[in-house]
Structure formats: C-alpha cells, structure tokens
Design a protein around this ligand. Structure first.
Ligand code: KG4
Ligand code: ZN
Length: 325
C-alpha cells in the first residue's frame, strides 16, 4: 500500500510517499528555519503562507522523484492535529482536495502519535511485531511524554511534562544564551566543548508523580545563573556559554534517561521507541544507548531526517491505522 503523506503542522512543509509503512520512497522537506530565525521562534502567519507556496511544488517533486502517478497511490494522509491552526488548514485543504479529486481514502493523523511511529519505519513487519509492548518516548518542541504502546497505532500516555516540553526548554536556554532558533542543535554543538559539571543545575520534580517532567524550573535556573554571571563579570565568555550548555544538556537528558530506566524496570517492555526533534541529539542517543545496552531492551531511534518533523511518519502512521480498520 503506497501512502502519500503531508505534514504542515508547524514550520516544515513536507511531502512523502511510503510503501507499507516501512519503505520510504521519497521524503521531501522544505524547512522554514531561516525565515523564522530572525524572530527567535516560529511566526504562525508567515508559516501558513509559506506552506501555501511550497505544498504543490513538493507534491510534484515527490511524484517526479518516484516516477509514480496518481493511479499508483492507494491513500492520502495528512497531519491534522496538534499544531498551528493556519498551518494545519493549508495541509488539510490540499490533502482533502487531492483525496476528492483522485478518489482516494484520506487519513487524518495525529502528528505527535506519528513521532512514536518514526523509529519503527524501515524495520520491516517481522521486526516490528516483536517490539510490543513498547515504552514510547516523545521528546519534541511541543510535547514530552512516556507512553505504553501496545502496537504502532495504539498507545496510552503514562507520564508527561507539566510545563515546558523538552525541545522548548532547549530553545529557551538557547535564547537566554543568544544562540538563535532552533536551539537544540546549537546547544548540543556548544555543549561538546563545555564542562558539564561546572553548573549544578537540577531537573524538576513533580510532587507525587515520579515519572512526570518539569523543565521550567531548570530553564529559570539557567536564566538566573546567566544573570549573576553577567552582573559579576560582564558579557558571557564563549567558555561560559559552552559550560552552561553542557551542564543544562546533561541534566535535561539524564532526567529522561533516569526516569526511562526506572519505568522500564517496573513495567515489562519489549523495546524502547523514541521520536521527536530532541531524539536527533547524538549526546542523548549515546547516553541512553549506554544505559540500556546491558539491560537487553532494544532501543530504536528514528532514521536520518525522521527525528524532526517530516511527512514519512505521517504516511507511516496512516498505513498502521489502515491495518486495524
Ligand atoms: O519534533 P520537532 O521537529 O517539532 C515539534 O513537533 O515540536 O522538534 C523540534 C524541537 C526543537 O525544540 C529543537 O530545538 C529540538 O527539537 N531539537 C533538539 C536537537 N535537534 C532538534 N534538541 C536537542 N538536541 C538536538 N540535537
Ligand atoms: Zn513534531
């Protein structure tokens, strides 16, 4: 089954064609990062207008690249929630019009759920069946949660952030350090040159909810540390920035790793599946893998280009949903 997927929930316009949920035939993304960088974050109205201009050229590109024609496409999928409303409307309008004109079934899928499917893509049906029940972890710019996945299309949230999402915390700390948007990759780069033990930042705790997350206190901690340093010594040195980035990154990533380890020891999971923009972090991947290697629980991260927003995961999730219809 070949599914044509659309993703426009935030600042990436993406079109992909995926066969049977695993085989990615094309995965095209037009990023708006450079456009939004000057505002320090996503400017919703500009994002919607950019999607309008990019969607049809990307669709044409996807068909041209794969050599497929409309008769070869079995279904159309679109991310319809959650996200920026104007951006979603552009993607859903194009996908709905196409489904009507081409007479294809339309799958409206949840963007965050699709992040949980991204680490499965490419594994193939046999390997996928052995992964469940899985501990699903979403670490994106808008969401951070642990979920119990009983199959690719069924999950139940076990715990979540009570304030900022993890990616949002990276973006805010990057903004405090004047690094620009998006912050995650910039923090990771500086952190690789820093001393992660210089600043004793602490991860947030949520009273009575040991697996929930709170990143807003950590971010405020960084804010006041920077304020004090500036008061004492003037503008931050490059080394100060590297040390703050490293200390913050370590605490934020180890908060997820420690909680995942504890949860995995109290529930029975066959695998750990991680998705969302922060899962692109090589630092996070390395340390999570290191922690789980002796435990005999396979850990799966998204393949190249599938951690951050993309349309392959949208087409992939639609395929898995079609199996249970
Ligand atoms: O999943 P995503 O592309 O969009 C949402 O659905 O929110 O995630 C974007 C988030 C941003 O906050 C970005 O800073 C973060 O993922 N991110 C990272 C890294 N790469 C992207 N965070 C930490 N380290 C990275 N290497
Ligand atoms: Zn996302």
């Amino acid at each position: 089954m070949k599914v044509l997927g659309f993703e426009t929930t935030c600042d990436e316009t993406a079109v992909s064609i995926v066969e049977d949920g695993h085989h990615i035939l094309t995965n095209l993304i037009a990023s708006q990062i450079d456009i939004h960088a000057e505002f320090g974050g996503v400017f919703p109205e500009i994002a919607s207008r950019e999607h309008v201009g990019k969607l049809l050229p990307l669709l044409k590109g996807a068909l041209k690249k794969t050599g497929l024609i409309k008769e070869d496409i079995d279904a159309i999928a679109v991310a319809s929630n959650p996200g920026l409303i104007g951006s979603i409307v552009t993607g859903v309008s194009v996908a709905s019009a196409l489904a009507l004109a081409w007479n294809k079934p339309l799958y409206r899928v949840n963007h965050v759920h699709a992040h949980l499917v991204s680490p499965i893509m490419g594994l193939g049906p046999k390997a996928t069946n052995s992964l469940f029940p899985a501990l699903g972890i979403v670490l994106s710019g808008g969401h951070t949660f642990f979920a119990k996945m009983s199959s690719p299309d069924q999950y139940k949230i076990l715990s979540e952030t009570v304030d900022d999402a993890m990616g949002e915390a990276f973006d805010k700390v990057a903004s405090i350090l004047d690094l620009g948007y998006p912050g995650g990759p910039k923090i990771e780069k500086l952190a690789s040159l820093g001393d992660s033990s210089r600043f004793p930042f602490k991860a947030g705790r949520v009273k009575g909810m040991e697996f929930h997350f709170s990143f807003s206190g950590l971010k405020t901690n960084v804010f006041y540390t920077v304020k004090e340093l500036k008061k004492a010594n003037g503008p931050l040195s490059e080394q100060d920035k590297c040390d703050i980035a490293a200390s913050f990154q370590k605490v934020a990533c180890y908060d997820i790793i420690n909680k995942a380890e504890k949860l995995a020891s109290s529930m029975s999971f066959q695998s750990i599946l991680i998705g969302g923009g922060v899962s692109a972090s090589r630092y996070f991947r390395h340390h999570l893998n290191e922690r789980f290697a002796p435990k005999n629980i396979p850990v799966h991260f998204p393949g190249k280009g599938l951690s951050t927003d993309n349309a392959a995961m949208i087409a992939g999730l639609a395929y898995f949903q079609s199996l249970s219809n």
